[in-house]
Design a binder for this molecule. Structure first.
Ligand SMILES: Cc1ncc(COP(=O)(O)O)c(C=O)c1O
Length: 388
């Protein structure tokens, strides 16, 4: 517990709350939590299921067979991948829960997990909680934010049990193509390492781009699993539902671990998830059009104030280089103090995130416009303070 820091966003939310308590209005680009509501047909199904007393009792921790089938069918339709719903699919209480717990299935004390840097913090924290050591793979802009697997020394690989990857990527917004996933599988098989791909942003993509799944790579279901979620695809972060698919042995060990720890996902939420996966999918392109418009506005303003940014093809994030003379924490503090705008400092995602900040596109349009107008004024504000 002494080594465990508070979760990154707990601290950021605290800072925002402190300023709000002083009566200041803060516009937050900090958290990746969709502002658009869950589509009504999904909520209708949830309410209907909540009224049925059969759904008021303990669920099975393995998830409803109908939900496992709906997940397998979704993978078939979306990625042309066939999964066995009984052995290769497991619903989760949000993907964070499974990402946290799988370390206990794969890591013994002293083992190593390869973890991207920067990254969603749970990969390294769960490794440490299981007694393992994260080995950080730096994601560099010149390498399109893909890890260079050839750089990892053999003495590290000897102790490595698990490789984490995540595309479309949080926080960089980078994407990976099938040839990368094929190389990952080949590498993992050569060194006998389990792959965990975290792909909750595969449905949030722009300009007609369609992200791929690790499961499409040759040999993927022998090499590892993919975590996915309904959180970002269907704006369901608050309902807590996700899934893991792929290698039957890994899925089975997580199922066994979870059956000893939790009592499953509330049944009404499982029925809502079935509706989300099997019902009309128009909401996905509608939401993406909104995020794409916001992405373009954010990039225009950031460029205007002199920040270097690549337009992400997918994910909910814009990863921007901080201006000269700043690091990610000083720039974040500057924005909050001078113009009341909250962003996330890149270093919060790992050492290689230094020099960047992350802006999330999950901010309602009216606040976005206000936030962008404040950001546009940052340069002037900054010059005035420097002159002083
Ligand atoms: C990369 C990544 N993985 C997993 C999650 C967790 O998603 P959930 O637990 O809502 O499924 C998030 C949430 O922001 C994320 O950014």
């Amino acid at each position: 517990m002494e080594r465990l820091q508070p979760y990154l966003f707990v601290e950021i939310n605290q800072k925002i709350a402190e300023r709000k308590a002083k009566g200041e209005e803060v516009i937050s680009f900090a958290i990746g939590d969709p502002d658009i509501p869950t589509p009504p047909h999904i909520i209708d199904r949830l309410c209907q299921a909540a009224h049925d007393p059969a759904n008021h009792r303990y669920p099975e921790s393995a998830g409803l067979p109908e939900l496992c089938r709906a997940i397998a069918e979704w993978y078939q339709r979306r990625f042309n991948v066939s999964l066995d719903p009984e052995t290769e699919v497991l619903p989760l209480i949000g993907s964070k829960e499974g990402i946290g717990h799988i370390a206990f299935c794969l890591i013994d004390p002293g083992d190593t997990a390869l973890v991207p840097d920067p990254a969603y913090p749970v990969y390294s924290v769960s490794t440490m909680l299981a007694g393992g050591k994260p080995y950080y793979m730096s994601l560099k802009e010149e390498n399109d934010f893909l890890p260079n697997l050839n750089n990892i020394r053999s003495y590290v690989l000897e102790k490595t049990k698990l490789l984490w990857i995540n595309y479309p990527n949080n926080p960089t917004g980078a994407v990976a193509e099938l040839d990368f996933f094929n190389r990952v599988v080949e590498f993992a098989q050569k060194y006998d390492i389990a792959v965990c791909h975290d792909g909750p942003y595969s449905e949030v993509a722009f300009d007609g781009y369609q992200p791929v799944s690790l499961m499409q790579a040759d040999g993927a279901r022998e090499a590892g699993v993919e975590f996915h979620s309904l959180s970002k695809s269907y704006n369901m972060t608050g309902w807590r539902i996700g899934m893991v698919v792929g290698n039957a042995k890994m899925v089975d060990s997580l199922r066994r671990l979870k059956s000893n720890l939790d009592s499953g996902i509330p049944l009404a939420i499982q029925y809502a998830a079935i509706e989300a996966l099997t019902g009309p999918q128009d909401c996905i392109s509608e939401h993406n059009a909104i995020y794409q418009r916001r992405r373009d506005l954010v990039i225009e303003v950031l460029n205007n104030i002199g920040l270097e940014v690549r337009a992400p093809k997918a994910s909910l994030y814009v990863w921007a280089k901080v201006p000269e003379g700043h690091n990610s924490v000083s720039f974040t503090a500057d924005l909050l103090e001078q113009v009341g705008v909250a962003v996330t400092p890149g270093v919060g995602y790992g050492r290689s995130g230094e020099g960047y900040v992350r802006l999330s596109l999950t901010i309602p349009d009216a606040a976005l416009v206000k936030g962008l107008s404040r950001l546009s004024g940052w340069r002037n504000h900054h010059r005035l303070t420097i002159k002083k």
